[in-house]
Design a protein around this ligand. Sequence first.
Ligand SMILES: Cc1cc2nc3c(=O)[nH]c(=O)nc-3n(C[C@H](O)[C@H](O)[C@H](O)COP(=O)(O)OP(=O)(O)OC[C@H]3O[C@@H](n4cnc5c(N)ncnc54)[C@H](O)[C@@H]3O)c2cc1C
Length: 416
Amino acid sequence: MQQHAVVIGGGIGGLTTAVALHQQGRPVTVLERAASLAPVGAGIGLAPNSQRALDVIGLGDRVRELAAWQGDGGMRTPSGRWLVRLDAAAVAARFGGALVLLHRAALVDLLVSALPEGTVRTGVTASVADPGDDERPAVVALGDGETIEAGLVVAADGIHSAVRRGLFPDHPGPEYSGFTTWRVVVPAPDRPFAPHETWGRGRLWGTQPLKDGRIYAYAMAVAPAGDRAPDDERAELLRHFGDWHDPIPAILAATSPEGVLRHDVHHLITPLPAFHRGRVALLGDAAHAMEPTLAQGGNQAIEDGIVLAHHAAGRLPPSRALAGYTADRLPRTTDIVRKAARAGRLTTMSSRPGVAVRDVLVAAVSRFGPGLVLRGFDGIADWSPPGATYAADRRDLREQRELRGPQDLRGHDVTK
Ligand SMILES: Cc1cc2nc3c(=O)[nH]c(=O)nc-3n(C[C@H](O)[C@H](O)[C@H](O)COP(=O)(O)OP(=O)(O)OC[C@H]3O[C@@H](n4cnc5c(N)ncnc54)[C@H](O)[C@@H]3O)c2cc1C
């Protein structure tokens, strides 16, 4: 499959895939509908699983450098009582690395910096005119009459993916999760605080530090789809969270109405039958949009990109290479979509007795050690990509080469 690859969508998933394919020596074009790559959203949490995936393209350590959480943190009630105490070292020990919170713009810049100039074309709304097959290339239409033939098309066009609708017209598409979200990035409050996630009745607030001295705060609340504040979203946050524990009031005081992002959460709770058709591979939110309750949507998009490039690097015909990609990714992401939905039901629980029982159980479990609380991330955050990575030391690399031959995951000859 060593022909021109076209990536539709310049989000985190599309850009990661483009870097991985470029590093295999494949010509790549990224087509992005927006006029610029300025990402929507504030912060994003990258867990060790996606950091290991980024190691494959040499960017993992650049993300790890941005880790800001040290020491204490955990889960609280709106009055400030701690339900669960966690510390950064225990989390890192369990999953083989720290959780890193970074600004989305920093991640997009990092990915774009690894692509040759001219790879990304913005202001282009692309569609798949022909998905192709083993005998003929796929064809991508650019909306202005121009078409591009491609050996591989990566559909990374997000949760409302038009490519997905075209390839799988019988799939029901995204469903509303029942809750809405707000996000802000503001300067850190004057008084020190421990990173926290606070669970109330049908509402949640999280505060996490960024390396650059600012903080990323996010909130969720049960709400009808499409509901918007009658005045402004900062006022809505004050109504929901203004009387919650420190540092939440201070963060709201530092927030401007224009600085608040609000998004209703939809997810693909019905899995697709496959993540590919012909020479087209779906990836990221286009393939498996999930609730943000495990903070894994972007992490899984990054994993997808690395695994797709791995399968596309071989000499197999597209039908078999992409069937391998579906086989690797569909069961894993389906499982995480369902786990995220279960976590969503727990965090947005609204009934007073239900919340009381939930809080007692969560606090009781945590008394037996942080390991039990973190167990929900087993099999997610401890994932490793297929094959060798830049992070592997030379001895590991030599051992893997002896087992597999002289090609590493990037298709490079590691003997040179
Ligand atoms: C509140 C909230 C918090 C979150 N927090 C986290 C977190 O901490 N960690 C985490 O891992 N994930 C998190 N996520 C999920 C994460 O944001 C997404 O899973 C991730 O951004 C998906 O990336 P993507 O590249 O698949 O899609 P997107 O980022 O949606 O990118 C799709 C791109 O395709 C473009 N596009 C669409 N149609 C076309 C077209 N026809 N032609 C050309 N371009 C097109 C769009 O303009 C867009 O740029 C969160 C989500 C929410 C809502």
